[in-house]
Structure formats: structure tokens, C-alpha cells
Design a protein around this ligand. Structure first.
Ligand SMILES: [Zn+2]
Ligand SMILES: [Zn+2]
Length: 199
């Protein structure tokens, strides 16, 4: 016994398939942890260590089945500025409708094929889709992460280096005096850092 522990992780599962036996009698509820997401769920946006899934499955109109629930996933990814390993958590609600093949219109969102013969519902599709929607495109260890010094590569947050601060480009200083009446247009055109040699 281990008192004062957070609730234990749900039962491990090798796939995201749920048996549908008993669905006629009422909703099926499950909570489980997919421990090999890449193998069980297909190509994912981040190297998730696991995906926790809660699901409630009900019969829907006709021969359809509705599944909805939550997911929680964790990955460790390099911060895009300082390259430190950074933990990413994804939590989301999801909702999916499974229909017999003849009633699925290609391209319809949130609708999946119900393989009635297998007697199982495969949640991999909707879970994978939700992970792609929810996973951050850019990972940063903190919004204030100063990243690496562009000159020496030091992690600026830990060990400020002695590199001189970048010098303002004299050409831009000259341009600032030329603003004139078309300031808006010239600002739009000159967005971004100047390329080329350092004076
Ligand atoms: Zn960082
Ligand atoms: Zn430096």
C-alpha cells in the first residue's frame, strides 16, 4: 500500500481497440493507457511516452456508434531556443462517430468506419487526429527562454557569455532618417533581419 499517492495510471493497453460486447445493454466505459503510442496509434506529431484515454461508447442512430472522452499525453522534446529537454503535456476532449462503411462519406469530419465484423471499435484514428490538432508546433521551455548565444552557443540563461552584444547595423540607422510620407509601406517591405555582411 502506498498512501497519499496520486491516482494510479490506468491499465496498460497495447492498442486502442475496445470490444463492443454488451453495447446493446448500455454504454461501455473504459480508461486505459496506451504505452506504445507510435506502434498503436500510427504516426504522431511528438514522441509521446504514453497516451491515457477515457472513453464512453454508446449506440447512435441507425447502426452507428458514438465514442467520446478525454485524452492525456506526455512527451519530452527539445526547447526550440535553448535545446533543453522540455516536457510537453497534451490534454483534450474528443468525440467520434463510427458508421457502417456504406454510410461513411469520404472527407466527412469526425466520422470513422465501424468495422462491425471485428466486434471492436478502434479509437486510434480519432485519438491520433486529436493529438495532431492539440500538440504544440513549437516547444519552448518557457516563454522567456533566452535561448543560445548566436556567437558562442552558450545557454544564456545559465552562463551569460562575454560575447559583445550585436551591433546595430549602420545602414538601418541611415534608413531611419528617410521615413518620409511612406513610412507604412517601407516598414512592411523591410520586415525581418537584414542579410549580408557585417560591417
Ligand atoms: Zn529553452
Ligand atoms: Zn556568447
Amino acid at each position: 500500500m502506498s498512501p497519499r499517492r496520486a491516482s494510479p495510471p490506468p491499465d496498460p493497453a497495447e492498442s486502442a481497440r475496445i470490444g463492443l460486447a454488451g453495447l446493446d445493454a448500455g454504454p461501455i466505459e473504459r480508461a486505459f493507457r496506451v504505452e506504445t503510442p507510435d506502434e498503436s496509434l500510427g504516426a504522431l506529431p511528438l514522441p509521446f511516452e504514453y497516451v491515457d484515454i477515457e472513453v464512453e461508447i454508446r449506440k447512435a442512430d441507425g447502426a452507428s456508434v458514438r465514442a467520446r472522452g478525454t485524452l492525456g499525453a506526455r512527451a519530452t522534446v527539445e526547447c526550440r531556443r535553448c535545446l533543453d529537454p522540455t516536457r510537453v503535456r497534451v490534454r483534450a476532449r474528443w468525440d467520434a462517430l463510427y458508421r457502417p462503411p456504406a454510410r461513411v462519406t469520404p472527407g466527412e469530419e469526425g466520422v470513422w468506419v465501424l468495422d462491425a465484423e471485428s466486434g471492436e471499435l478502434d479509437l486510434a484514428g480519432p485519438i491520433r487526429e486529436e493529438l495532431w490538432v492539440q500538440a504544440p508546433a513549437w516547444v519552448e521551455c518557457s516563454p522567456e527562454c533566452p535561448g543560445l548565444c548566436p556567437a558562442c552557443g552558450a545557454r544564456v540563461a545559465e552562463q551569460p557569455c562575454r560575447c559583445p552584444p550585436p551591433e546595430p547595423d549602420a545602414r538601418w540607422a541611415a534608413l531611419e532618417g528617410l521615413g518620409g510620407g511612406s513610412a507604412d509601406a517601407s516598414e512592411g517591405a523591410s520586415e525581418g533581419a537584414p542579410e549580408g555582411e557585417i560591417p
